[in-house]
Design a protein around this ligand. Sequence first.
Ligand SMILES: [Zn+2]
Length: 323
Amino acid sequence: MGEKGQARIRAARVAIVGCGALGTVQAETMARAGVGRLRLIDRDFVEWSNLQRQFLYDEADASEGLPKAVAAGRRLARVNSEVAVEPMVADLTAASAADLFEDIDLILDGTDNFETRFLINDAAVEANIPWIYGAAVGSYGIKLAIVPGQTACLRCVYPEPPQGAQPTCETEGVLAPVTATIAALQAADALKILALGTEAIVARLTTIDVWSGAIRQLAPPPRDPACPCCVRREFAYLDGSRRAPISLCGRNAVQIHERSRPVDLPALAQRLSTIAAVRSNEFALRVDLDPYELTVFPDGRAIIKGTQDVGVARSLYARYIGA
Ligand SMILES: [Zn+2]
């Protein structure tokens, strides 16, 4: 890529959506490559079960229950202090996408669900930002570079999110070697685009099974001449007519979005500590309400573990945090 390519990488601004198994490998690779500005977007916190595959985190992060974006940001600052890292403890939604992707040159997909990927696709096509789709479950993974106006977009390939029950990391598990491999391939596409431009990309669909060893390179998928997103420019996910789900990655948890309803965490911790075990820091508060666990963020958002029933989650939220 030469000095010119290196300089372009140093001037680039990259957003990583999701700092899990894919996102942490992407983020470390981008930081070590010297990407100028790295925006880390993640709504979740580090848990013990993440440590098997999420490379930037350690036991101390899980003990503290740090938000992933914050823990990743701290680690990356030690990896390469010249990179401007912007940790965003935030949920990518139709409402927040424009702000979170402002001034961004390229987006790396580190998410774990199709609804969020369709939202990324809408936002990326609308703003003409290349993005690299990647996904993994079990021992299998897939990768595709998407350059708006040049290659197929995600909706050219998948007109609708897959219907019915899908294998998830919860039901199938996921092997660290496959997430690391897919993330590394995504990072390679990203560096190529940043250093040489989008014309350098051949958008082949790559699939890998690290257990059987099967690796396939499919021809670049064709653009759909009737694609609602990249041809008709109808951004159903971005305009909010298609809402992102509030259930997380099949993990037996529900997220409640409250519209900018700031919560005083220390006051809430004091109130709840009389009835349950509470752990809190400046980023989040966690209360154990066996069989449920509530994690509340300062902006009023909450993740309720132990149920997939939206009604139960809303009721717990109303009961312990306020209607
Ligand atoms: Zn399309």
